[in-house]
Structure formats: C-alpha cells, structure tokens
Design a protein. Structure first.
Length: 151
C-alpha cells in the first residue's frame, strides 16, 4: 500500500488556478450544503477579497481539508469554512490546518464561529468561547476568540 503524502498549500484568490478553486468549492459545497443539508449562499464574495488566504491539504492534488482566513475590516483575522472530506476525517488534518492558519494569523486577534460540537477542538488551539450559542442553518454554533498575542 503506497504511503499517503499530504501537501499543505496556501494562496490568495488571485493565485488559485481555476481547477483548484473548483475543487475547493466542491469540497465545501459537498460537506456544508449537501452533507449537512444547509442550503445557504456558499459563495459569499469573501473568497476573492485581497486579504483572504486559502489554506488546504492535498493528496495527489485532491483537497482533503480546507479553511480560509478573512481579514475583517477591524483588523481581526476570521477563520472559517473549516472542512475535512468525509473519507479523510480522523487523520489529524483539521489540526494541521489550524496550526498552519495560526502561523499565518501570527499575533493578531482571531475569531471564528465554531459548530458547537467542535468547541473543545478549537479550545486546544487557544480559542475561548466569546458569546452565547446560537443556531444557524439548523446547526448550533458558538462564537470563539483567540486574543492578540503581545510580542
């Protein structure tokens, strides 16, 4: 059995090829819209913003896991669209992506809207609950924040 080799990639929208963009959007739609049954506007216009960074793991070119980092107008980094392909779950890919994302974020304050069942996962990456749980598209979410790091 060949050894699985994953590759971590980071790009701005302008640096994404059409094929890569297609594959990343397909992964997001397959999980968030189809699997989780949440018909919502997946293409929200934020992917193309100059400050957005797309981070993903591939195996043989196919995306296994993905997230994006948005630059909110107040200077806060916002992590979102964290997704792992069903066949790749349990392989530590989300943790590897979060570690890479926090390297990109650096010392800035960072926020995210966690699906509530994942609060403990994000807590392990330095995030703390920052507000009450709410339901979006039928799924409980919890706002979380990692404070800016001095130094």
């Amino acid at each position: 059995m060949p050894q699985q080799t994953t590759e971590l990639r980071t790009a701005s929208f302008a640096d994404l090829t059409a094929r890569t963009l297609h594959d990343l959007l397909k992964l997001r739609i397959d999980v968030f819209v189809v699997e989780q049954n949440c018909p919502y506007p997946e293409l929200d216009g934020r992917d193309v913003e100059p400050g957005t960074r797309h981070i993903w793991l591939t195996d043989g070119g196919a995306p296994l896991a993905y997230l994006r980092i948005l630059a909110d107008p107040d200077g806060v980094a916002r992590i979102g669209r964290v997704v792992v392909a069903p066949a790749a779950r349990g392989g530590g890919h989300a943790g590897r992506l979060m570690t890479a994302a926090l390297e990109v974020v650096g010392n800035r304050q960072c926020v995210l809207e966690a699906q509530s069942h994942l609060v403990a996962f994000y807590s392990r990456h330095g995030f703390a609950v920052s507000g009450p749980e709410y339901v979006e598209d039928g799924i409980p979410h919890t706002p979380m924040r990692r404070e800016a790091i001095d130094g």
